[in-house]
Design a protein around this ligand. Sequence first.
Ligand code: FMN
Length: 371
Amino acid sequence: MLSNQLPPTPQPPPDQTTQVVREILQLARWAPSGDNTQPWHFSIVSPMHAVIHAYDTREHCVYDIDGQPSQISLGCLVETAVVAATAHGLRTNVVLRQDAPDTHPVVDLHFEHDANLRRDPLVDAIERRSVQRRPYETTPLKATDKAELEACVGPGHRVHWLEGRASRRSAALLMFQSARLRMVTPEAYRVHSEVIEWNARYSADKVPDQSLGVSAAMLSLMRFAMQSWGRVQFFNRFLAGTWLPRLQMDLLPALACAGHFVLLADEPADTLEGQIRAGRAVQRFWLTATHLGLMLQPELTPLIFARYATKNRPFSIRHKALEEARGVAVKLARVFGPQALEQGVFMGRIGYAPAPSARSLRRDLAQLLAG
Ligand SMILES: Cc1cc2nc3c(=O)[nH]c(=O)nc-3n(C[C@H](O)[C@H](O)[C@H](O)COP(=O)(O)O)c2cc1C
């Protein structure tokens, strides 16, 4: 008997049909994340539909206040995927699932062909973009570069600059003060001891020590001291332990740059959507800087400590920590203006410098797809 059912259409193997979406995710995974945590995995639903399953680290990372730095990272990832898709003539429709909890955001990326879409020139900057923690030239930013950086963040965000020698000095003192709090807080020590990969130029899921921007002698000292909190406390107390690394990691780099910036959100950005939008602006800014031959280092800790202070929320077993965070908040407002406290979503330093010789790499796509 003849069947009126059509024979099934032969399907090409899955890796052929999903080749393009894989290539997009392959590039997107180069998005930056705090301490290279890459707090996400991916799934591919169809050749034109990928899903980002993100999570935050607020439970165990003192820097991930309300999960916001992780949400900024998620925004960076989304923007990187959107830029990467343009290399295939694809426009991306980004949808944040409303039923997912804020601690585990889920973002659908629906791709569609658009004959009028041009390849974004930032595609070429995706893999080259990397944090440079060593000193930069102090040459001021060219006016054309500044204009491009200000325009690239798009509506909803603006860039506030801090330039000139005196301003850089004020910013450097703020970084120095904030870094002290970082070094005397046991909760921060726990994070640092987990995220640094020692004796490494590259790291797939951590921060290689050689990318920290300090001398080999200082790295040996840090490695020795950081083996236990007791040792760190001993160094801090008797061997000027907070001074030496802070000089190399915070004060000197903050002086040696073209300037500092804070990215301001026009609307309060205290929601998941607001942070993802901010992260998208951050990544456009960072990719544009790379495209222009500029280097950048985020300087998020003063903003994070200031946020704890503004919310009056204790974050450490050291009872003086909150009071010291208030000091950071006061200084931040004095140096960058009160709007940095109210509207600041990201901060950093920027300038002309060679690319770093050590950097974080990423987990393999296969690993990110496996979850
Ligand atoms: C939200 C966020 C916050 C960050 N904060 C800092 C920071 O305070 N200091 C710093 O040196 N790097 C910071 N980084 C940079 C990351 O450590 C870096 O992007 C990550 O290790 C991956 O390295 P890569 O950018 O070189 O690929 C931050 C990145 C993001 C996305």
